[in-house]
Design a protein around this ligand. Sequence first.
Ligand SMILES: NC(=O)c1ccc[n+]([C@@H]2O[C@H](COP(=O)([O-])OP(=O)(O)OC[C@H]3O[C@@H](n4cnc5c(N)ncnc54)[C@H](OP(=O)(O)O)[C@@H]3O)[C@@H](O)[C@H]2O)c1
Length: 391
Amino acid sequence: MPAVKPVHVAHAEFQTDGPALCTTHVPSLGPIPSFRALVVVVGLLEIKMSTVLVTGGSGFVGSHCILALLAKGHTVKTTVRRASRESDVRAMLAEGGAEPGDRLSFTLADLERDDGWPEAVSGCDYVLHVASPFPPAAPDHEDELIVPAREGALRVLRASRDAGVRRVVLTSSFAAVGYGHAPRSTPFDETDWTDPDSDEVRAYVKSKTLAEKAAWDFVDREGGSLELSVVNPVGVLGPVLAPDYATSILMVQRLMDGDMPGCPRLYFGIVDVRDVADLHLRAMTDPAAKGERFIAIAGEAMSMAEVAKVLKERLGEAAKRVPTRQLPNWVVRLASLRDPTIRQFSSELGKKRNATNEKARRVLGWEPRSSADAIAATGESLVRLGLLKGR
Ligand SMILES: NC(=O)c1ccc[n+]([C@@H]2O[C@H](COP(=O)([O-])OP(=O)(O)OC[C@H]3O[C@@H](n4cnc5c(N)ncnc54)[C@H](OP(=O)(O)O)[C@@H]3O)[C@@H](O)[C@H]2O)c1
């Protein structure tokens, strides 16, 4: 008799291999669907009918997570900080091709306040905790980012545990993986952690590192049966859905607007936002994702000049203002004196950090599109939405 293998469907374990546990055969009627087949079907229906909270639905990654969940048949709740954001989010989703109606509901909640979170997580099977501050310029004080990132993650986890949520997927970042280390040629993987005490670590990087550490610590110590999975994306590009796009889009927008005389020697890992959303959904239901972090990167890190070249090749006339020459580091350092956005990145000049997506591919079957496709989709959406200067 073959061994009975447990196979995981959604959150539960079912016997799906080896002998059927409860097959019935009535001679006159032929075989009746086995118990195990029914269980699998019920399990699949249950996945489809899950209710999922996405925190920060007004953001770039959050809105694409909502789109991916709706496309899979889930009911979605989301949090926003102001009631007026509901119409913005619905407009973003319409831009992405979805009209969810009452399959999407909104709760007001701020990462820096306790109220709203119990209502937000109530009735949810899963939570994608995406919201976290990601401003284009460094704040006056690092706590402006660290406090909402870390305390906000703890508020979401505490409320999720108390409400009996099965699993939280936390949107962390490569920022929590690859900074504060000596230069190295080997790619970073999920065993690496940023050193938050290193001098090269800026406020945003520190906020993501401390928030992720606090989340793992919380689940270990007082999470009860709550499960945690973490996604660590590199720079997220892809289709923009609204004029207030994420900080990561600024590079492509500035290149296409001709705002930069040339390309600083900066290197980026790139991933498409649709693949980041897809990885969140895989991490949400796959039993193998429990207690694991997954780096989301499409391929090799690219220089800004390589990004510019892709825009030129893929967008033609729309990319006519994109510069392709490299800027010497001293020119960029000079410009950073008066531009806080550039200042944030000047310590990164010449540093290339590669990372591997091997774990997400192997464990979760994740297959991201190429960096070039993500770059082109970003540029095309900026053109389509009329978000470039004079166009
Ligand atoms: N974009 C990237 O390259 C990248 C890379 C790695 C990781 N990430 C992570 O992905 C997540 C989403 O980022 P994004 O790129 O989508 O940026 P985004 O478009 O700026 O979205 C940030 C979201 O967080 C919300 N938020 C910020 N502070 C909040 C607070 N105090 N209370 C409640 N909500 C708050 C924002 O709400 P409002 O609309 O009200 O401001 C917005 O919905 C973040 O955790 C970020 O660290 C992004």
